[in-house]
Design a protein around this ligand. Structure first.
Ligand SMILES: Cc1cc2nc3c(=O)[nH]c(=O)nc-3n(C[C@H](O)[C@H](O)[C@H](O)COP(=O)(O)OP(=O)(O)OC[C@H]3O[C@@H](n4cnc5c(N)ncnc54)[C@H](O)[C@@H]3O)c2cc1C
Ligand code: SF4
Ligand code: SF4
Length: 400
């Protein structure tokens, strides 16, 4: 099926809705207009988030540190995400999985695909950087009369999917989410790779690890690890990350049935089971997955405060690094040893993201703040004295 051209909108990650027969559906579906998380959480999970860790990560039944007992070749981490989907296909619970594969000309460019056999799920493994119109293929799924579907997506795609869910006429929908932050266009990402290596085409894997290092892998089997503080961030243009991804309000994919990430995993993966369907998917992996309790170490406040000060100074662009060059290797060595780890690292990142959303929107698009920033983001940021100015927040009654 040939994809329609997108309708260009100012805040848009081309999730695919604007390419569907009725592009005006964006008005209802889009995360970047006036998201209503309490209502959407209620619809997806039967309840909205409570306090405690749900304030940061959304509703959940349980969380695990996890890994596939036999990690899968080509997977971003150990392949839990694609294994869950493969299991659904194998068990006949779904007829197709809607997800991303790589563009045939560029390993880093995502391309949406409907996968119908478990063995084909290996094509989806691994992370790509960029945007591609995942949800436009819901129309192809309808044309092929798939009534039981699984979707793997990042938060802005899953928000729109949940908004459209009732009108898809599906008998069953399984939603597998990954966290997402700091996405950018595939073209920008290629620029970043070329700053990391003189031969960027040899790189076939990149990950921002929870131990404050970026890991690179190469087609010839080499591996390289770079501390965050030694990344060439100051050499990137200030619009390297699109405003959508600097102001996105759902880091951990709170509307998925199950979220598979790594932030609280301390070197392993992090699985958040949000509802019964999520629990069913995890159970499907049986002995193939190893599950352990999540732990939490360190204190996040100083790291978040420093990040907020940098972000405020950068005034809408990338946080600037004021640390002298010679100090960076020492701090890089110290960070994984004394910095927040496990669940505390995940809370740190969610708090940073909440602050980023507020500061970047206040600087660039203040008129959007009232509708775009949900109450839970204000609540998360309030402990750092980031409070709404007049007109920046909806009354509680307007958000329900
Ligand atoms: C841009 C981006 C940023 C991320 N940032 C974080 C983060 O900050 N913290 C965190 O815990 N996790 C993050 N993740 C998720 C993380 O990289 C892993 O995808 C996740 O931990 C699952 O690993 P896995 O081995 O189970 O995945 P695999 O089994 O290898 O499966 C990966 C799945 O992700 C899909 N996918 C890959 N690229 C994209 C894309 N561009 N758009 C949509 N879907 C895609 C694939 O189609 C596949 O289904 C991010 C993912 C992306 C795409
Ligand atoms: S719903 Fe999707 S396609 Fe429409 S404006 Fe939002 S991100 Fe773009
Ligand atoms: S950071 Fe947010 S807006 Fe950007 S691609 Fe990821 S989920 Fe979408």
């Amino acid at each position: 099926m040939k994809l329609r051209a997108p309708v260009v909108r100012s805040l848009c990650t081309d999730c695919g809705v604007s390419r569907m027969a009725d592009p005006s559906a964006c008005g209802n579906a889009c995360q970047f207009i006036k998201p209503n998380y309490p209502m959407m959480e209620q619809a997806a999970h039967g309840r909205s988030r409570k306090g405690g860790d749900e304030l940061f990560f959304g509703p959940f039944q349980g969380m695990h540190r996890a890994r596939m007992v036999k990690p899968l070749d080509g997977a971003q981490w150990t392949g839990i995400t694609t294994s869950i989907a493969a299991d659904l296909l194998k068990a006949g619970k779904v007829q197709a999985v809607l997800t991303m594969v790589s563009d045939s000309n560029d390993r880093w460019k995502p391309k949406p695909a409907l996968i119908t056999s478990a063995s084909d799920m290996d094509r989806a493994r691994g992370m790509r950087m960029g945007f591609a119109p995942l949800l436009a293929l819901l129309e192809e799924a309808q044309a092929r009369r798939f009534s039981r579907l699984a979707v793997i997506g990042i938060p802005c795609q899953i928000y729109a999917l949940r908004k459209l869910e009732d009108q898809l006429g599906l008998d069953r929908l399984y939603v597998i989410g990954t966290p997402c932050s700091d996405n950018t266009t595939t073209e920008n990402f290629h620029r970043f790779l070329s700053l990391l290596d003189t031969n960027p085409d040899n790189i076939n894997y990149l990950e921002f690890r929870a131990d404050y290092h970026v890991e690179l892998r190469y087609y010839d089997g080499r591996q390289r690890v770079i501390p965050f503080l030694q990344l060439p961030i100051s050499e990137l243009p200030s619009d390297f990350f699109p405003l959508t991804c600097r102001t996105c309000v759902d880091y951990t994919n709170v509307l998925a049935d199950i979220t598979v990430g790594y932030m609280a995993g301390e070197g392993d993966q992090w699985v958040i089971v949000r509802n019964e369907r999520g629990a069913e998917m995890l159970a499907g992996l049986g002995e193939k997955i190893s599950l352990q309790p999540i732990k939490s170490h360190g204190k996040r406040q100083a790291a978040v405060k420093g990040f907020i000060a940098n972000t405020a100074r950068a005034a809408g662009g990338l946080p600037i690094r004021r640390m002298p060059r010679w100090v960076r290797p020492i701090v890089s060595w110290l960070q994984p040893r004394i910095g927040p780890r496990g669940l505390e690292f995940a809370r740190t990142r969610v708090e940073m993201k909440a602050a980023e959303t507020i500061l970047h929107l206040r600087h660039t698009l203040p008129s959007k703040m009232k509708n775009m920033i949900p109450n839970h983001v204000w609540e998360i940021a309030s402990r750092y004295n980031l409070k709404p100015l007049t007109g920046e927040r909806l009354d509680k009654s307007e958000n329900e």
